[in-house]
Design a binder for this molecule. Structure first.
Ligand code: T1G
Ligand code: NAD
Length: 708
């Protein structure tokens, strides 16, 4: 008997004595309202159909269920709520089996936990990643998972948000059976039949005994609470997760479910949920650039890296980690040897920490070769140049690449600031030249700015995005300007920080205020980490074109003139004990600051941490608006992803432009106009910001307008 209702993504059909319930809601079978209604009525139908002895729930396509429909959050919830659907599944008087392939995440795993038996096929990934969205499991996960696998493992899953594979899921007890093939339907049907043949009983997870050892459960909960207090750095939902699992231990199931719901709704109402869900979707939208829609990427099996210094070596490691063949070219034998050491030391440290076998290291390095002759790059699909930040040196390298590389090879530069249009114009194939701006350390930092010069072809840009996908980077498209998206905006809010420094705030207070806002580090800690010499070189390069009317703070120059470049020299803004990466305030730096204040004729004043953050963010947001207005960034969300993935902006605030929408653009503009009274040249409100405020619109309206 078949019951196909065209609108619902749920189809049910009887195969033998098993009611097969299929979920088909592309792209990831999210539990939108139609799926929830369909599941509810399918179980009701199976319950009353005497021909049905068991129910098998499967997902169509690559995934079982990737969770609740995240797009529904923040909107008026429509019945049935997911916890009710899960309770209905669990209450079914006939065995319900869930067969999992691909993603079984969040509400998807909660549906599986509500079923009486679970099978996973190879490649399945199970998890409760709600914490990454500022949420917590809200459909019984905090009550059923601890009962099934124990408080410790359940808390581990919910607080980390990590995905576990099928084998680990079996070991944890999350699933009962592993399928041999990846055909979840066939494996599920065979398992259901086996259960029927064995007359297997209904087995409710809410009755499972995972919490029987109360002392061990209590200890796990206390340990998790301590861990959350130490590590969650201002996140809202982790503590709620612990509270809910504690209820699973202390309260009857139904009461625990009610408390879970209360806590879940508190997470829904937290601004962090909005920030983290914005980040989730923004990271997917940034990949949708005009060029990636217009063209297919070129082949990307082998790559060349020119320069084996800080960046070249990191880029080579990132490519090797992605399985590519990599050739490094350096200017001479000694430099090449240094480049090889820079690459090998990354793997040596993994081997020494037991996170990689010597054999695996050898296999990776077998795909790495070094040379001083450019001819070795003749067959590379893509080459990234990472030599000195000097236009003459870079042009010479591109001339060599133009001579040796095969037609169709993509030629990229990792320059931080230089004009990529000028580099492209210097060779015969400007259509193949683009910027691939990695961040240090390149094999770790997630962000990759794909810088699009005027004459580049769409498929070259698409190849840049494909490389990012291959290297598991978050790629953001950027136009050509001084510093692209990230470094350009960084220069402005760093300027605002330096003004506050000269006006009376200490570098340590500024760092503290920025950390309180949610950053892992403040601007002066970052300067010491990156090395003050890079910023110094940039200031010197810009000196010739700097607006003479603009206020210039010389404190950083005084510190660099002493050779105090930060961690790499043992002192910068902070003092670093030998081998330590955490610095202590340096009274000599404060003395330099005082001296520069009196030289500049500044009467220092006090700043509250709140004012420091308002000025810091106002500068960032205002320049972000300029970058969007000029088309350097396609949308405000591109600025958000850039700062979340590359500059430590607290993810739960959604990025600077999302944060601006949260506090209100009118307030940000009012702040800028207030600050402009003391420095109208620096604090010039972005015309885009003024226009949005006048229209009562926000940055997200621009994101929405750009969605195709
Ligand atoms: N809801 C709505 N859309 C979703 C979605 C979801 N849960 N998951 C993915 N998408 C969209 C995504 O935006 C993209 O759209 C497309 O699907 C493909 O995704 C009550 C509260 C499943 C591992 O956190 O981790 O359940 O850009 O590009 O790389 O307790 O998506 O094509 O328009 O990422 O193959 C918990 C989130 C929800 C899982 C697939 N679930 N998703 O990765 O493809 S909260 C999650 C993922 C919850 C309950 C709670 C990944 C994926 P578009 P993609 P992918
Ligand atoms: P680096 O000084 O550590 O390394 C540069 C390497 O290039 C040296 O090993 C040098 O031998 C080699 N080289 C110079 N001329 C060459 C030539 N003609 N042919 C082959 N090799 C040559 O510099 P880095 O920090 O790795 O920076 C490299 C590039 O990356 C610069 O454009 C820089 O602006 C950019 N960048 C740096 C960072 C960073 O944080 N260091 C971040 C992003 C981008």
């Amino acid at each position: 008997m078949a019951t196909d209702t065209p609108s619902t993504p749920i189809t049910s059909r009887l195969v033998g004595k098993v009611m097969l319930v299929s979920i088909d809601n592309p792209p990831v079978n999210a539990l939108g309202v139609d799926v929830r209604r369909g599941l509810m009525s399918a179980i009701d139908a199976a319950e009353t159909d005497s021909a049905v002895a068991a129910v098998l729930i499967v997902g169509s396509g690559r995934n079982f269920i990737a969770g609740a429909d995240i797009r529904e959050f923040g909107k008026t919830p429509l019945p049935p709520a997911l916890p009710d659907v899960c309770n209905r599944i669990e209450a079914c008087s006939k065995p319900v089996i869930a067969a999992l392939q691909g993603a079984a995440l969040g509400g998807g795993l909660e549906v599986a936990l509500a079923a009486h038996y679970r099978l996973a096929v190879p490649g399945a990934k199970l998890g409760l990643p709600e914490v990454q969205l500022g949420l917590m499991p809200g459909a019984g996960g905090t009550q059923r998972a601890p009962r099934l696998v124990g408080a410790g493992p359940a808390l581990g899953l919910m607080l980390s948000g990590r995905h576990v594979g099928a084998d680990e899921a079996l070991a944890l007890g999350l699933v009962d059976r592993l399928g041999r093939s990846d055909d979840s339907l066939a494996e599920g049907q065979a398992y259901a039949q086996e259960l029927l043949d064995a007359d297997a009983p209904v087995r409710r997870t809410s009755d499972a005994k995972g919490l029987a050892d109360r002392d061990a459960s209590r200890a796990a909960i206390d340990a998790a609470r301590a861990d959350v207090a130490a590590k969650s750095r201002g996140l809202f939902s982790p503590e709620k997760i612990v509270e809910a699992v504690e209820a699973a231990l202390d309260l009857p199931f139904d009461e625990g479910m009610r408390l879970e719901r209360t806590l879940f709704m508190q997470c829904i109402d937290s601004p962090q949920r909005a920030g983290l869900i914005h980040a989730f979707f923004a990271e997917r939208e940034v990949a949708k650039a005009p060029e990636t829609k217009a063209a297919q990427p070129r082949p990307l099996a082998s790559a060349g890296v020119v320069g084996g210094g800080t960046m070249g070596a990191g880029i080579a490691v990132a490519m090797l980690d992605a399985g590519m063949m990599v050739t490094m070219v350096e200017r001479d034998g000694d430099s090449l040897a240094r480049g090889r050491v820079n690459v090998e030391k990354v793997y040596d440290s993994l081997v020494s920490k037991g996170r990689m076998s010597a054999d695996a290291k050898a296999k990776v390095l077998a795909r790495f070769s070094g040379a001083t002759s450019y001819d070795t790059l003749s067959q590379a699909d893509l080459v990234v140049e990472a030599v000195f930040e000097d236009m003459t040196v870079k042009k010479a390298v591109f001339t060599e690449l133009d001579r040796v590389c095969k037609p169709g090879a993509v030629l990229a530069t990792n320059t931080s600031y230089l004009d990529i249009d000028e580099i492209a114009a210097s060779i015969s194939r400007p259509q193949d030249v683009l910027g691939l701006h990695f961040f240090s350390p390149a094999h770790i930092m997630k962000l990759l700015e794909i810088v699009v010069p005027a004459r580049v072809s769409a498929d070259s840009v698409a190849t840049g995005f494909e490389l990012a996908r291959k290297l598991r980077k978050v790629a953001v498209r950027a136009g050509v300007c001084d510093g692209f998206i990230g470094n350009r905006i960084l220069a402005v809010y760093r300027q605002a920080a330096d003004y506050m420094l000269e006006d009376g705030a200490s570098p340590y207070q500024i760092d503290e205020a920025v950390r309180e806002f949610g950053y892992p580090m403040g601007p002066y800690q970052v300067a010491d980490l990156a090395g003050g010499d890079i910023g110094w070189a940039t200031r010197k390069r810009r000196a010739a074109t700097r607006d003479p009317r603009a206020r210039y703070v010389e404190i950083a120059d005084r510190i660099c003139e002493r050779g105090w470049f930060g961690q790499k020299t043992g002192r910068g803004y902070y003092l670093y004990a030998k081998g330590s990466r955490s610095g202590t305030p340096d009274p000599e730096v404060l003395a330099i600051v005082d001296a520069e204040r009196s030289k500049a004729g500044v009467e220092p004043r006090s700043f509250s941490n709140e004012e420091i953050v308002r000025r810091y963010l106002a500068a960032m947001i205002n320049e972000g608006a300029n970058v969007v207005r000029e088309g350097i960034a396609l949308r405000p969300l591109d600025v958000d992803v850039t700062f979340i993935a590359g500059y430590g902006f607290p993810r739960y605030r959604g990025g600077p432009m999302k944060y601006a929408d949260t506090v209100g653009l009118a307030r940000v503009l009012a702040d800028i106009r207030e600050f402009a009274k003391e420095d109208p040249l620096f604090w010039r409100p972005s015309p885009l910001l003024v226009d949005l405020v006048e229209r009562g619109a926000d940055f997200d309206s621009l994101n929405k307008a750009s969605q195709v």
